[in-house]
Design a protein around this ligand. Structure first.
Ligand SMILES: Cc1ncc(COP(=O)(O)O)c(C=O)c1O
Length: 377
């Protein structure tokens, strides 16, 4: 029996998308590839809701995040970044290791700083180059709900706005142009529901001009090369992961067959069903209510629950995969990826497996979680 993959990435991939990878290998310097790549770029623009340039990297999300840093941040550049979890910490460290100077707006894990804090910091420092934000902090199930305001602020201050949207794009609102996002990075294996291995990035006109005038001293993740190859040939500068391009293209087809708005609504409903059902079992979400994610459900463990035993039971007895916590949160929270294909069946099967695992561990939780969850879907 196959696993139900309720991880915060990778997620379940529909058969149609998996089967697309069986298409024959083509010449990536031929009209066959150009047709495929143009189609991918056009659909990705629609998904990002942008007129910006699109680049598809053959890498996981970290490659796209790193690309956003090495193409924009130069030695000594000041970069503001909210930090409240593993991925925002990693990104801030990356900015520093590349020679930038991160100005970290820290907040407790599970909470975002008040929006006013950004105005304050940007007023204090007159020479900020960019604001980086992890839209959905996957390690804590925390989403920034004022990305639109951050975009407006960045426009007003004429600084770059970069969004790490790796774990959220395709599962929640993200109109890139409306929110003035200069670089938006994501990955195929999360809310887009494709296999891991390709990562799209959007690049605004302003960011593109800057990058073309100041390309980084690197080869693979050098965006200037990607612009040139696309403009001259509709190709990528290096050999693309062809089977993954086919799969990603098919995943985009599925997204638009459903409709982006409907897809986002489905994610909202499934998240709300998870929160309701887990709440009925007496569990509490890790993130504060105004920051709760619709794609990653992070939940506090009840006292004295052995994380490994619990997740092993789910995996071995019920074939349901969920994730544990990172760093300090290891053993304190578990995380469910409610993204991509997620629907009523996934929610019910996951909740039922959780309830049963608790029973097997002799942990008493109130019954009725599934009926409560079903009121939300
Ligand atoms: C917010 C965020 N950024 C970056 C990454 C890194 O992506 P990948 O594991 O695909 O390299 C992840 C992965 O979970 C993530 O959730």
């Amino acid at each position: 029996m196959e696993y139900l993959v309720m991880l915060p990435g990778p997620t379940n991939v529909p058969n149609r998308v998996m089967n697309a990878m069986l298409a024959p290998i083509i010449n990536h310097r031929s009209e066959d590839f150009r047709i495929l790549y143009k189609s991918i770029v056009e659909k990705t623009k629609k998904l990002f809701q942008t007129e910006s340039d699109i680049v598809l990297l053959s890498s996981s999300g970290t490659g796209a995040v790193e690309t956003s840093v090495i193409n924009l941040v130069k030695k000594g550049d000041k970069v503001v970044i909210p930090v409240n979890g593993e991925f925002s910490t990693r990104l801030a460290d990356l900015i520093d290791s590349w020679g930038g100077q991160s100005i970290r707006i820290e907040s407790p894990f599970g909470e975002n700083p008040p929006y006013e804090k950004f105005e304050e910091v940007l007023d204090q420092h007159k020479d900020i180059k960019a604001l980086y934000a992890v839209y959905n902090e996957t390690s804590t199930g925390t989403t920034i709900r004022y990305m639109d305001k951050l975009g407006e602020l960045c426009s007003k201050k004429d600084i770059f706005f970069i969004a790490d949207s790796v774990s959220i794009l395709g599962g929640d609102d993200l109109p890139v142009d409306k929110w003035n996002i200069d670089l938006c990075v994501t990955a195929s294996q999360k809310a887009i529901a494709a296999p891991p291995g390709v990562s799209p990035i959007s690049v605004s006109k302003k960011a593109k001009k800057y990058i073309q005038d100041n390309p980084p001293p690197t080869l693979y993740f050098n965006l200037k090369r990607y612009f040139k190859y696309f403009e001259e040939h509709y190709e990528t500068p290096f050999t693309p992961a062809l089977p993954l391009c086919y799969a990603y293209d098919e995943a985009l087809n599925l997204i638009f067959e459903e409709g982006l708005a409907q897809r986002i609504e489905r994610h909202k409903k499934c998240a709300s069903a998870f929160y309701e059902g887990l709440g009925a079992m007496g569990l509490t979400p890790f993130a504060k209510p105004d920051a709760r994610s619709n794609v990653v459900i992070a939940v506090n463990y009840l006292p004295n629950i052995d994380d490994k035993r619990f997740r092993d039971l789910l995996s071995n007895e019920f074939k349901v995969l969920i994730a544990g916590g990172f760093g300090n949160l290891k053993g304190k929270v578990f995380r469910i990826g409610s993204m991509g294909e997620v629907n009523k069946y996934h929610v019910v099967r996951t909740l039922s497996a959780i309830e049963s695992a608790f029973k097997m561990m002799n942990i008493d939780v109130p019954s009725g979680a599934i009926n409560k969850a079903l009121t939300k879907i």
